[in-house]
Design a protein around this ligand. Structure first.
Ligand code: SAM
Ligand code: SF4
Length: 334
């Protein structure tokens, strides 16, 4: 019988997003400042073995959906081992990863062989100059090669995520959506959220573009978007198709259309905390239990995760200007 981990709002929480690192090879304007970042020292990061132990515990508790994220997960030199370990756990049927794809050209095939099922690639624009301006250290050519390598390796369906940012890429959303006419990709537009209270949070408030506006731009350029039936109630993306298109256009609208009521997520940070809600600071430490040397570590980690599920809050306060202050997006994983 499948276990159903429910929080105190009766939401089924069965999706664990695992951040494996806080470092990144990009510096997206709304996510990572250019200066003043203090990354986690390597000994603070959970090891591949420890990540596997958390996944074992999560399966015991009733989780069945898993994703790797970061920072940039491909910067972990042992990423292939992490994928192998996670996907070899009984009860894990598939593993996805969120990445900027800069290093995927060489990694796509080994990751697929290790058991990775599919990827979400973050790409804000098809214009190389905009990519350099908005994603700073990012290179359009390398990301594009990475996406094609992932598709060739069978990490499909390819899903692209673009964060719409006023003064950067908001007029380029039409070109991104146009990709779906020829390709069976999902192109999803994400609303900016302020996290961490620093300069990126300030920019995220100032440069916010509602998905109502983004949708209007796409329809003005490419014709009506036809809503698709919801296959999975916990999917944060509202999905549409342009007439005759092969792919899907999605809108992830945490600000203009919050989806807290159907949230099914728990997050594990790279330094081993269960982060209970993206837009809140509450956390429970799990690293101490993992490193205690106890023969009952698996039971202890399971108990901490059960408590984390029970304590999960609901309802964000973005419109009142409140969000997480202790961590930025790159320290949680999105
Ligand atoms: N580096 C990988 C990437 O960019 O896909 C994984 C980590 S990144 C933190 C995960 C997601 O967070 C990305 O899709 C990115 O678009 C999104 N993101 C980062 N900062 C954001 C912000 N301030 N508001 C909304 N989404 C954000
Ligand atoms: Fe790096 Fe992803 Fe943050 Fe961009 S959004 S800086 S790629 S972690």
């Amino acid at each position: 019988m499948r276990l159903m981990p429910r929080d105190s709002f009766n939401r089924l929480i069965d999706y664990l997003r695992i951040s494996v690192i806080d470092r990144c090879n990009m510096r997206c304007v709304y996510c990572m400042p250019l200066n003043g970042i203090r990354f986690l020292p390597n000994p603070d990061l959970l090891t591949a073995q420890e990540i596997e132990m958390v996944v074992r515990a999560a399966v015991r508790v009733g989780f069945h959906k898993f994703r790797l994220t970061g920072g940039e997960p491909t910067l972990r030199s042992d990423l292939v081992e992490i994928v192998q370990r996670v996907t070899s756990v009984d009860g894990v049927h598939g593993l996805a990863m969120t990445t900027n794809a800069m290093l995927l050209e060489n990694l796509a095939q080994p990751l697929k062989q290790a058991g990775l099922t599919r990827i979400n690639v973050h790409l804000d624009s098809l214009n190389p100059e905009t990519v350099e301006k908005q994603m700073r250290w990012g290179s359009f050519a390398r990301v594009w090669q990475g996406i094609l390598a992932a598709e060739a390796a069978g990490l499909t369906p390819v899903k692209l995520n673009a964060v719409v940012t006023a003064g950067y890429n908001e007029s380029e959303v039409v070109d991104l959506a146009r990709l779906t006419l020829e390709r069976d990709w999902h192109v999803r537009f994400i609303e900016l959220m302020p996290l961490g209270g620093g300069e990126c949070a300030t920019l995220s408030v100032k440069r916010y573009v509602s998905n109502i506006e983004t949708r209007r731009r796409i329809e003005a350029g490419l014709g009506p978007l036809n809503e698709l039936p919801t296959e999975n109630l916990a999917d944060e993306s509202r999905n549409y198709r342009l007439s005759g298109a092969r792919g899907v256009v999605g809108f992830i609208s945490p600000v203009s259309e919050p989806y807290c009521g159907t949230c099914n997520r728990m997050r594990l940070t790279a330094d081993g905390k269960f982060h209970l809600c993206l837009l809140n600071d509450d956390e429970l430490d799990v690293r101490r239990a993992l490193r205690s040397g106890s023969s009952r570590a698996l039971e202890e980690v399971s108990a901490i995760l059960e408590r984390a599920v029970t304590m999960k809050p609901t309802g964000h306060h973005l419109l009142e200007g409140r969000s997480t202050r202790d961590r930025s997006m790159y320290q949680i994983g999105g």
